[in-house]
Write a protein that binds this ligand. Structure first.
Ligand code: ZN
Length: 168
């Protein structure tokens, strides 16, 4: 966990503690009169489907051996949908046709709230940039076998496949 902020991110003065509207003791700047909650990162990850929704795209990155989901950090000022469109274009030159929420989880090691979406793409044609070692279309069954074990990606994928099985 991150330590509480000691100084105001706006004016740099020392922070005090004050009860917020939910009666939690939170860092507070007397000068700016603002509460300052602990910072954390937000990232999106994506289950990418082809236009006919019968194949799934997994990638290998950073010289690692396992397949994973395409993911990226949300920039300050950006919403999650904008982040999805930007990441898809930057990394794979792909466009999203439909974006649906799937699941979310907090990833403690990097202090990141991961939000997972099911994204249907307009094309299967992938032009990956140098952040991607390999991008591969595969059946749902193979994706289930090849996704990195014990990862958040696996958790998100299993939830998607389970709901698919139940006809949602
Ligand atoms: Zn301040």
């Amino acid at each position: 966990m991150l330590k509480n902020n000691k100084f105001c991110i706006q004016c740099g003065r020392p922070l005090t503690k004050q009860l917020d509207s939910e009666k939690s003791l939170v860092s507070y700047c007397q000068t700016c009169q603002t509460f300052q909650y602990d910072p954390f990162n937000v990232a999106v990850s994506m289950i990418l489907l082809n236009p006919t929704r019968d194949k799934l795209l997994l990638v290998k990155q950073y010289g690692l051996d396992h397949f994973r989901l395409v993911a990226g950090y949300v920039n300050k000022g950006e919403n999650a949908t904008e982040c999805i469109h930007r990441e898809l274009y930057e990394e794979l030159k792909l466009d999203a046709l439909e974006i649906r929420y799937n699941d979310t989880a907090y990833f403690e090691p990097t202090n990141t709230l991961m939000i997972n979406y099911i994204v249907t793409l307009s094309s299967e044609l992938v032009e990956s940039n140098d952040e991607i070692d390999e991008a591969m279309w595969m059946s749902f069954e193979n994706a289930n076998k090849l996704i990195k074990p014990q990862s958040l990606a696996e958790l998100f994928l299993r939830k998607f496949l389970m709901e698919k099985q139940h006809g949602n």
